[in-house]
Design a protein around this ligand. Structure first.
Ligand SMILES: *Cc1c(COP(=O)(O)O)cnc(C)c1O
Length: 387
């Protein structure tokens, strides 16, 4: 098969045409598939031929979506899930045994953290955490039963950057599987497999769809590992629906141009916010003031669409800022066409102590903005009037 550039693969990776010669891939709302005869059925179940059997295992729409993500990430194969959390849970559940150990960045998505602290201990799987700014801690946390090194970069909501090259080297040296949640960057901005990631997981709900419509998840990486993840998933049932796969495959066609514009808008807004006297600091990977600016420049094409900043005046100022917002949305999602503003200390992270919040970089006045595709002047005007 020909290999094209990123944008072309996102558009031209497509299922074969049916007898109707359609230009755009149709939606296959079918739960199962039929066989010609007993031999066809036997050979299909024996996996002697590549054929869809049942949509919990595979479906033409999920296959097309996965094929695109595989190409975009430079992976070998993949599997599509109903949500990002289904992808993350299934990856760990398929690759770990009771008694294994995980080393994870402390700054991971809230539900990933809950998996590690609340559910995996039930199966005797323990997790140790390193601070995002102290990757030198990682090696001291590795034990004889450590199997997976897990991280996301940029992190949520503090937009810290982890050096993927360093993580890749540590994983290789200690024979660990490196699993990266690449949700905030998307494969357009950053491809962790280049740095040695074995599996890349995504919440396709965010920038991959980019229009706030459907939930989805995907795991891509080395074929032998994906095979384990696939077998686990075809038996436990976290599969993506064909409808969502059809939407998401269309969404990927415009990923590059959307993310380009998201990033252009974000750096413009971040630069202007940095000058505002009501703000203590602004954190955005491609601002020179970002503590890991050099690493961000090394591994990312652009800075992404998430900006964190701290309003002066702590938790009350953060809440007041949200109350004054007129146009931008107050919502838990991110990576939408619509700009979304959140205040983690009073919402998503309110149950943590101040000390625990500070460990993951969440100060009381921290505001997270997911910059959308509106005209950035309008977004900026809304933010400035609220300040
Ligand atoms: C949203 C998100 C997830 C979870 O994805 P869902 O599709 O909501 O299940 C995982 N990781 C990161 C970084 C996310 O932002």
């Amino acid at each position: 098969m020909d290999n094209y550039n990123f944008e072309t693969e996102a558009i031209r990776t497509q299922n074969e045409r049916t007898q109707f010669d359609e230009h755009s891939t149709p939606l296959y709302l079918t739960s199962s598939f039929v066989f010609d005869d007993a031999e066809d059925m036997r050979a299909s179940f024996a996996e002697e031929k590549e054929k869809n059997l049942y949509s919990r295992f595979s479906n033409p729409n999920t296959t097309e979506f996965v094929d695109k993500v595989v190409k975009m990430e430079g992976a070998e194969s993949g599997y599509a899930f109903a949500t990002g959390m289904a992808a993350i849970f299934s990856t760990f559940a398929a690759l770990l045994d009771s008694g294994d150990h995980i080393v994870s960045s402390r700054s991971v998505f809230g539900s990933s953290h809950t998996l590690f602290t609340k559910y995996f201990p039930k199966w005797n799987i323990e997790t140790s955490y390193f601070d995002v700014n102290k990757v030198e801690q990682i090696e001291s946390l590795i034990k004889s039963n450590t199997k997976i090194l897990f991280a996301e970069s940029p992190t949520n909501p503090a937009v810290d950057i982890l050096d993927l090259e360093v993580l890749g080297k540590i994983a290789k040296k200690h024979n660990l599987l490196l699993v990266i949640d690449n949700c905030f960057a998307t494969p357009y901005l950053q491809q962790p497999i280049k740095y040695g990631a074995d599996i890349v997981v995504h919440s396709a709900t965010k920038l991959m769809d980019g229009q706030g419509r459907v939930l989805g998840g995907v795991a891509v990486g080395k074929s032998d590992l994906i095979r384990e993840i696939y077998l686990f998933s075809r038996n436990t049932g976290p599969a993506m629906s064909p409808f969502n796969a059809w939407i998401l495959s269309k969404s990927l066609e415009t990923l590059a141009i959307r993310v380009d514009r998201h990033c252009e808008n974000a750096i413009k807004i971040a630069t202007l916010l940095e000058e505002n006297p009501k703000i203590n600091w602004v954190k955005y990977p491609f601002l020179k003031s970002h503590p890991q600016y050099e690493t961000a420049k090394k591994q990312m094409k652009m800075g992404g669409n998430i900006i964190a900043f701290e309003v002066k005046g702590g938790i009350d100022a953060g809440r007041k800022f949200l109350d004054k917002i007129k146009m931008c949305s107050l919502s838990a999602n991110l990576g939408d066409t619509r700009t979304i503003v959140t205040h983690p200390a009073s919402t998503t992270h309110s149950k943590l102590t101040v000390g625990d919040r500070l460990e993951v970089g969440i100060t009381d006045g921290l505001v997270r903005i997911s910059i959308g595709l509106e005209n950035p002047d309008d977004v900026l005007e809304d933010l400035l009037q609220a300040l």
